[in-house]
Design a protein around this ligand. Structure first.
Ligand SMILES: Cc1cc2nc3c(=O)[nH]c(=O)nc-3n(C[C@H](O)[C@H](O)[C@H](O)COP(=O)(O)O)c2cc1C
Length: 374
């Protein structure tokens, strides 16, 4: 058994029994009419729950305008809170701990998702480049539109929506929330110059570009307490048209500011996997976010991106991270912690069933001890 990966860890008020975390994974299988989790989603999360194991539930829009893919569950309506409650109860029944990732996609959207067919909103009116395509509400692809730049006085409303979403998550029974500050979505659009050309207090200097992240994090802390809040960042990532020319000063400032907020954990995505759905793109010769920012971050650090059991054990043993989040292998191995504990082989994942659909590629991956001998 990999001893470091299977040693206990305290995160906020919770004692984890092991350090194999389920990464947030968009699967686009919520109820189509209400965008609430449904029984299929309950089964999926329950299959992946373990005693003292942390699940970070999929990115979940805090507002309808924060949506950029079909059939992702929200956390802004009563039906959605009720749907999530069933998920949380099932995970708790197995002794698991579950956080909800709070999401606003900003410009990674399309007018077909927006109330009244309006343009998506973003820090600045800068479209994602043509080589990437937007998803539309009917599941087709389209060119990204030029988003509408948010007015300064609209921003507090979005910050407040994150706070309300955190309250809704707690009402659904979640143990905490993770602020999605990664992978090219709204918070990262504010952080990075290529998507933020604002001249007000949310743009320009590093301090100004970090303001939205820090205001959102504070609003979420005000809603549920710092010990129940995590933040996910992807320095050096290039998902969804993101990418900062000089990540070190920007992310050092952001992480130092987060240190002062006393949150439960920081979650960093290694740039060797770009994050989001194109996570199988692996770059060599890119820096390790864990190695660069471990000295900056003073709290619990979760690492993610391209890990299997041995590198995860080595990362924890070497002090580079306190826990490792697994994405794609948690999709295809509902019993991933047990497999890593015993050194059992991993079932490969099936990419075409990542996004959308029903049980195929979702709840039909068997646990190792249910598999027929080869
Ligand atoms: C199907 C799929 C959906 C994803 N959805 C999210 C998401 O909702 N939020 C997020 O922060 N990252 C998301 N990611 C990125 C993963 O959380 C993770 O960082 C990435 O897959 C790299 O880890 P891995 O190599 O263990 O898969 C997604 C990745 C995949 C493959």
């Amino acid at each position: 058994m990999p001893a470091a990966l299977f040693s206990p860890l305290t995160i906020g008020p919770y004692r984890l029994e092991h350090r194999v975390v389920m990464a947030p994974l968009t699967r686009m299988r919520a109820d189509k009419a209400t965008l609430a989790p449904r029984p299929l989603n309950v089964d999926y999360y329950a299959q992946r729950a373990t005693p003292g194991g942390l699940i970070i539930a999929e990115a979940t829009p805090v507002l309808p305008t924060g949506t950029g893919s079909p059939n992702v569950p929200g956390i802004y309506s009563e039906a959605q809170i009720a749907g999530w409650k069933h998920v949380v109860d099932a995970v708790h029944a197995k002794g698991g701990v579950i956080f909800l990732q709070l999401w606003h996609v900003g410009r990674v959207s399309h007018s077909s998702f927006q109330p009244g067919g309006a343009l998506p909103v973003a820090p600045s009116a800068i479209a994602i480049s043509d080589d990437l395509k937007a998803m539309t509400a009917d599941g087709k692809v389209a060119a990204y539109e030029t988003p509408r730049a948010l007015e300064t006085d609209e921003i507090p409303g979005i910050v407040a929506a994150y706070g309300q979403a955190a309250r809704n998550a707690i009402a659904a029974g979640f143990d905490g929330v993770e602020v999605h500050g990664a992978n090219g979505y709204l918070i990262e659009q504010f952080l990075q110059t290529r998507s933020n050309q604002r001249t007000d207090r949310y743009g320009g200097s590093i301090e100004n570009r970090c303001r939205f992240l820090l205001e959102v994090t504070q609003a979420v802390i005000d809603a549920c307490g710092a010990a129940k809040v995590g933040v996910r960042l992807s320095p050096y990532g290039i998902a969804n048209g993101s990418g900062e020319a000089e990540p070190m000063p920007l992310y050092t400032y952001a992480i130092e500011a987060l240190n002062r907020l006393g949150i439960a954990y920081l979650h960093l995505i290694e740039p060797r996997s770009s994050g989001a759905g194109r996570a199988d793109v692996n770059w060599q010769n890119v820096p390790s976010a864990l190695a660069l920012f471990r000295p900056v971050w003073k709290g619990v650090l979760i690492g993610a991106g391209g890990f299997t059991g041995e590198p995860a054990e080595a990362a924890i043993k070497g002090g580079h991270a306190d826990a490792i989040a697994f994405g794609r292998y948690f999709i295809s191995n509902p019993d991933l912690p047990q497999r890593l504990a015993h050194g059992w082989p991993l079932t490969p994942y099936h990419r075409p069933t990542f996004y959308g659909g029903e049980d195929k590629g979702y709840t039909d991956y068997p646990a190792y001890d249910e598999m027929a001998p080869a």
